[in-house]
Design a protein around this ligand. Structure first.
Ligand code: CP
Length: 312
């Protein structure tokens, strides 16, 4: 199968075959990161620009490592180090970057839809590394990879996503990604953090965390995104933790081979207890490791790689 996409913007625009192709390629890429010398010449001569308007630890670092493991030239610009603080618009910035002829621009931005806008304005490939509350497709792909790796098949699994659904681009991308791959997604959280009409994306909704935990093969916990909330949507962190946090006590009702996930950053003791985040069911660090593999696969495929084993 070829991979003909210019951009990676959201999970809606990826077919099941394309998702499987990306995950298969990422599995091959993962092996490179396990070698004593973690570098192949595959993307020598290619240029990747990381353009991050919002803070990031995992996404930015893993794209940087992914590019370097494939021998691409990779450079990073942030809002504070760019001329955006002098009043240059996003589109002007992108056009100027395009004029330097990079192969891929990876962008994170607080504005929902910003990656789509850029993709229409420039010929360079755009990868959405998170746009506002809209989408985080590379996170969803690494989550799918982590579940597939641990469970063998995604189809038929019950996935519980618990927390601040309304402000989460990870939730939105994962509802679409997991549903597309045949899983059943149940959302749980306070009514104030549950977007109206979210069921139309194919998920079911409960306001009871215990119901979500009891029925789940996979439990994905999300942090409260205070930076995107415009009003007080919960009383105290202590009360939130009691009602919605994943504690050892609450986990006793889960199936015995449940997987615990979290995209990070974690607020320990709020949405997840430290002993659960670090416990035997947690695959949170697998998610981080697979983030490098998925991003290597995307850089490779967007720059013309088509054979999922062509990673020597
Ligand atoms: N999961 C995630 O996007 O983490 P960062 O914000 O650290 O990139």
């Amino acid at each position: 199968m070829g991979f003909a996409k210019k951009d990676i913007l959201d999970m809606e625009s990826l077919s099941v075959d394309e998702i499987n192709f990306i995950l298969n390629t990422a599995e091959k890429m993962k092996e490179i990161s396990e070698r004593p010398v973690k570098k192949v010449p595959t993307l020598r001569g290619k240029t990747v620009v990381l353009f991050f308007h919002e803070p990031s630890t995992r996404t930015r670092t893993s794209f940087d490592i992914a590019a370097k493991r494939l021998s691409a030239d990779c450079l990073s610009i942030s809002k504070s180090s760019s001329s955006i603080i002098k009043g240059e618009t996003l589109i002007d910035t992108a056009r100027n970057l395009e004029a330097m002829n990079p192969d891929i621009i990876v962008m994170r931005h607080s504005l929902s839809g910003s990656s789509h806008l850029l993709a229409r304005m420039v010929k360079t490939s755009i990868i959405n590394a998170g746009d506002g509350m809209h989408a985080h497709p590379t996170q969803s792909l690494l989550d799918l990879m982590s579940v597939r790796e641990n469970k063998g098949d995604i189809s038929g699994l019950n996935i519980a996503i618990i927390g601040d659904i309304a402000h989460s681009r990870v939730a939105r991308s994962n509802i679409i990604g997991f549903t597309k791959m045949g899983a059943h997604v149940m959302l749980a959280g306070p009514p104030t953090m549950m977007p109206k009409g979210v069921e139309t994306l194919g998920a079911s909704v409960t306001y009871n965390a215990d119901d979500a935990v009891r029925n789940a093969d996979v439990i994905m916990m999300l942090r409260i995104q205070k930076e995107r909330q415009k009003s007080f949507l919960f009383s105290t962190e202590r009360e939130y933790a009691k009602v919605y946090g994943l504690t050892k006590e609450r986990l006793k009702n889960a199936v015995k081979d449940v997987l615990i996930m979290h995209p990070g950053p974690i607020n320990r003791g709020v949405e997840i207890a430290p002993e659960v985040a670090d416990g035997p069911y947690s695959i949170i660090m697998d998610q981080v490791t697979n983030g490098v593999a998925v991003r290597m696969a995307l850089l490779y495929l967007l720059t013309g790689g088509t054979r999922n084993a062509d990673t020597d």
